[in-house]
Design a protein around this ligand. Sequence first.
Ligand SMILES: [Zn+2]
Length: 336
Amino acid sequence: MSGITKKLDILKQLFENLSDTDKQVFLTSVSQKEQVTKVIQPKQITNCPHCQSTHFVKNGTKCNNQRYLCRDCKKSFVEQTGTILYNSQKDIEVWEKYIHCMIEKYPLRKCAKICNINLATAFAWRHKILDALQNMMNEVELDGVAQADETYSTISYKGNHKNFNLPRPAHKRGTRATKRGISKEQVCVPCGVNLNGLSIARISDLGKPSLKDLQKVLDGKVAKDSVFVTDSLRPYQKLLLDMNLSHIRILRGKRAVGTFNIQTINSYYSRLKNMIVHRFKGVTTKYLNNYLVYHNFVNFAKDSLANKEAVLLDFIRKTICYVQSADVAKRPAISV
Ligand SMILES: [Zn+2]
């Protein structure tokens, strides 16, 4: 059997094991071109942004936005009330430009110049948008053949020296941790990806991951009937047993088991590293989770850049955000 026939055969077998409903879901998902868009549509407005009441009615439109009137607090609101855009002094056109710059992964200075905003604003906007993207990514569930692995990033306190006592002497960015192997100087980032461009990644803890660390990131995030491929790291066995998933372990020194491998996640990592090290010249650990969703959405998700731009703009238009620009830089140094 040739490689592709073998793969098709496995797919066919996996498909036969699905329930009728899941078969239908699968068929719809492969026939749908805009996978990404489908998974991450923002939620409809469900509460009044002033008092959280669910008792509100439509009340005409204003500048193409639906207006609502809350029956409880008597205040009116539009779709954008409480969203990133609502409190912004800038027009939607500036935000559109900014989103374009983000999808192109332009450095902050270039974003600021193109949008004619100052650097501090460009910085705050980037992280408000990425915070919103975190919500979008929280909805992701891996299905089909998924691969998991973990990577490490040396703790970086870049730009964080004023209000933080460094536990070790500062070293230049990009230099290696002083201890050999995996030490407590490195944050661990467990990741899961599937072959359709869906991905999950966030910081779990310092040093090698325990079962609890892996659970924190992957538990409940994988559809039943999926096949999960990992390396030989021990905690995965218990994790996938608990999650009741088929588990394929690639032992140390091996590249593949049959047609199963961890190539997709390896390429996910090399592109992540490329973005963080070469494009953004290193990122502070406290913003690393934001850059992970940035990577997941812009680099890894399978959709055109133009579609991603539209999806992201639509999403932030509808996502409620309570973070003030001034608070973005105040978050704690390591978010584990
Ligand atoms: Zn209200």
